[in-house]
Write a protein that binds this ligand. Structure first.
Ligand code: AMP
Length: 114
């Protein structure tokens, strides 16, 4: 089981903002911005590069959920804004082998990222 599966089944506590049939959203334990959420599919897809054609609906659902949660937090606007990040593989910064979308907001985010 990945650490995120343990959160999904309630074995490990998390600050959960959203939970539906397909994904869960909770606060990152080591936030890199004032708002740092993780949007995690309940299906174990290790990383986006290993997603399959049948995962198309869930992949789209993750992005739609990001927009919905951002709207709930009042940051889904062109002035406020937020950033979505998916780390894939070691060089991409992936630490947890369970696909997740980072949602970062609440401070100016520079480009390019580190
Ligand atoms: P990544 O480097 O893209 O794999 O991101 C993994 C993220 O999971 C990191 O930002 C961690 O801080 C976060 N994380 C690890 N364990 C937990 C946990 N128990 N609750 C919340 N976030 C976690």
């Amino acid at each position: 089981m990945t650490i995120f599966q343990r959160i999904i089944v309630g074995e490990i506590p998390a600050d959960i903002l959203h939970d539906d049939g397909h994904c869960i959203v909770f606060r990152d334990i080591n936030p890199q911005a004032p708002i740092h959420l993780l949007i995690v599919p309940k299906k174990l897809i290790p990383r986006v590069g290993e997603a399959a054609p049948e995962d198309q609906t869930i992949l789209g659902h993750l992005l739609l959920t990001a927009g919905k949660v951002a709207a709930d937090l009042g940051i889904n606007s062109t002035t406020e804004g937020f950033r979505l990040v998916i780390n894939n593989g070691r060089a991409g910064g992936e630490a947890v082998p369970h696909l997740h979308v980072h949602l970062l907001a609440g401070r100016p985010l520079t480009w390019p990222p580190g």
